[in-house]
Design a protein around this ligand. Structure first.
Ligand SMILES: [Zn+2]
Length: 110
């Protein structure tokens, strides 16, 4: 069966992603066997999609890496700050309580 290049080019994206039916797949493969221009179109699709995806993934990975690095840094910093603040607060409360109770413990003069 001879199919026009237009039909094949419509099907190529589906064929490329492997989501077309077996019949379409066979039809595309039969056409690609003798049609160089559609083969070239498929190869081009392969290239651009792969490169785009790879580049996008790389960029995304880089952004995620940066973000998680920044997040970790910020997290560690705020954790340390929080711990320091907590320790200071506890120390202050303990100190206040100590003085408060200490003054109270001193026998009242009567
Ligand atoms: Zn063709």
């Amino acid at each position: 069966m001879k199919v026009s290049c237009e039909i094949i080019k419509d099907l190529l994206p589906l064929y490329h992603d492997g989501v077309c039916s077996n019949d379409s797949k066979t039809m595309v493969e039969e056409h690609l066997a003798y049609c160089d221009s559609c083969k070239a179109a498929l190869l081009e699709m392969d290239d651009t999609l792969c490169i785009n995806k790879a580049e996008q993934n790389l960029q995304e990975a880089e952004v995620v890496k940066k973000l998680s690095k920044r997040w970790k840094k910020g997290m560690l910093k705020s954790l340390l700050e929080g711990m320091l603040f907590t320790i200071l607060a506890i120390a202050l409360i303990a100190l206040v309580l100590y003085f408060f109770i200490g003054f109270r413990i001193i026998p009242k003069p009567y």
